[in-house]
Design a protein around this ligand. Structure first.
Ligand SMILES: Cc1cc2nc3c(=O)[nH]c(=O)nc-3n(C[C@H](O)[C@H](O)[C@H](O)COP(=O)(O)OP(=O)(O)OC[C@H]3O[C@@H](n4cnc5c(N)ncnc54)[C@H](O)[C@@H]3O)c2cc1C
Length: 440
């Protein structure tokens, strides 16, 4: 075996694991290495504790454009096909079907949902069903109990509801990818530096030096860190948005999303079942700005400083974003939620009771270390936040930065990557087989 890999993927979350599998199954790349700095697959954002476990389809996300919803839907279909849930041969620890809806409370939100239904959703998601109070009460009684009789309620019920343990899905990708000879995974191998040596890239890690013809960073926020270290993309910065979840005993039958306020990239606080525990309902994620790039890893705060170019464009962007009326309102409300007693009380009143009016203070509890870090991407040219993921392609390099719905988009992202990699390296990707096995 040559000591120069065709491809090294840095980061074994769902993005890196999906690419590892797609490359193994559908390309003729040889010598592929997946490097992970921690001791297991998906210990950060892709773990089931860190995210809302929603397979995003674009149907209940009222802030998505038609195009965004169409893309997300396609990627979600790939996951349905990979997991086999459509034909009944699936692993319930990875994916389960569940009820999913978006709820509008009051006249304004109900009207917004009417508009959404009438426009993009109707053609893209013909299975969406409008539910008014009476039907809603039958399907999800705790959404209706305890409300004022004259409060307007409208929900759009999706027929595409699935909860996914993206950590378990990552492990399935990694294990299936490894089945091919010369596809290897190395844990506890932290990439510290990347440099160029003739036509190859040299990765320095704590356990040695690795060389590759092509490198993909699937390293969460650290993808941008490495892009910047190589002098690429000065027009992007990251706002690391942390946050967590509150829990109650199970009071809902499925996922309840809420109407998005303003044109904001983070989802309004919603309620979800937990694929790991059928006895609870989760509420969140909260939206807390913080210095950490990875939840629970204090040392990552220092690296944050290296990603931020403190120039005039960054400052204007920050001013625009943080003083945007909707963002400011959400951030200031959420800043209180982690505070003991007062935080829980405010969360109950502002968020949880909007979904389940009869919830009481004593019904809610928190679980430590839930909720990851969303790398909300700042476009420093437009001085605004970008909705969704970013992918930077430079020579034989790709840098993936993946806020929500990054986990749902993992196969779509891997498809784009593998097409680019094989074309750049003059190798083959078997699209016909991909379409036959995963296409819709
Ligand atoms: C609160 C919250 C809720 C969300 N809800 C949803 C949802 O419901 N549905 C959905 O689709 N998406 C959701 N998302 C988004 C989704 O979780 C992420 O898009 C996805 O997990 C990102 O996967 P990733 O593999 O790119 O990154 P990660 O899972 O963060 O993995 C990155 C990996 O790179 C490794 N790494 C980093 N640096 C190095 C280095 N130097 N050397 C080696 N390895 C390195 C890390 O250790 C890590 O394993 C949510 C996110 C959050 C935070």
């Amino acid at each position: 075996m040559s000591d120069i890999y065709d491809l090294i993927i840095v980061g074994a979350g769902i993005t890196g694991s999906a690419l590892f599998y797609i490359s193994s199954r559908y390309s003729d790349l040889k010598n592929v290495l997946l490097l992970e700095k921690y001791s297991d697959i998906s210990t950060l954002n892709s773990s089931s504790r860190s995210n809302s476990q929603t397979l995003h389809f674009g149907d209940v996300e009222t802030n998505y454009s038609y195009e965004k919803a169409k893309d997300v839907k396609q990627s979600a279909e790939y996951i349905l096909n990979y997991t086999g849930i459509k034909n009944g041969r699936y692993n319930k620890h990875i994916i389960q079907k569940c009820q999913k809806m978006v709820l509008g409370v009051g006249d304004m939100e109900s009207q917004q949902l009417e508009n959404t239904y009438a426009s993009k959703m109707h053609t893209l998601f013909p299975g969406l069903k409008k539910l008014r109070s009476k039907e809603l009460e039958r399907i999800e009684p705790n959404l209706v109990k305890g409300r004022q009789k004259d409060e307007a309620l409208l929900a759009l019920l999706s027929n595409n509801g699935y909860m996914v343990d993206f950590g378990a899905l990552s492990k399935s990708f990694a294990n299936n990818g490894k089945k091919k000879k010369d596809y290897k995974i190395k844990f506890n191998s932290k990439v510290k530096k990347i440099s160029r040596e003739n036509d190859n890239y040299v990765l320095e890690t704590n356990d040695g030096v690795y060389k590759a013809r092509f490198v993909v960073f699937a390293s969460g926020i650290y993808s941008l860190y490495f892009a910047k270290s190589m002098g690429y993309d000065k027009n992007i910065s990251i706002l690391p948005v942390g946050g967590g979840y509150y829990y109650s005993k199970k009071v809902l039958n499925g996922k309840v999303y809420r109407v998005q306020q303003g044109n904001i990239p983070f989802a309004a606080i919603h309620a979800d079942p937990d694929i790991k525990d059928p006895n609870v309902t989760r509420y969140g994620p909260t939206v807390i700005l913080g210095p950490l790039l990875e939840k629970g890893h204090l040392d990552t705060a220092f690296d944050n400083l290296k990603i931020f170019d403190l120039d005039i464009d960054t400052l204007i962007s920050l001013k625009n974003i943080l003083f945007n009326r909707d963002i400011y309102r959400i951030m200031s409300k959420n800043a209180i939620y982690p505070i003991p007693i007062v935080g829980k009380y405010n969360f109950l009143k502002n968020e949880a009771q909007k979904i389940v009016p009869k919830l009481k203070y004593s019904d809610l509890w928190t679980v430590k270390n839930t909720g990851g870090i969303r790398p909300q991407i700042i476009n420093e040219k437009t001085h605004s936040l970008i909705l969704g993921e970013a992918k930077l392609k430079e020579e034989h390099l790709i840098f993936n930065i993946t806020p929500s719905p990054g986990a749902s988009s993992c196969i779509g992202s891997a498809l784009e990557d593998i097409k680019y990699i094989t074309s750049q390296l003059d190798r083959n990707f078997n699209y016909a087989l991909f379409k036959k096995e995963l296409g819709s």
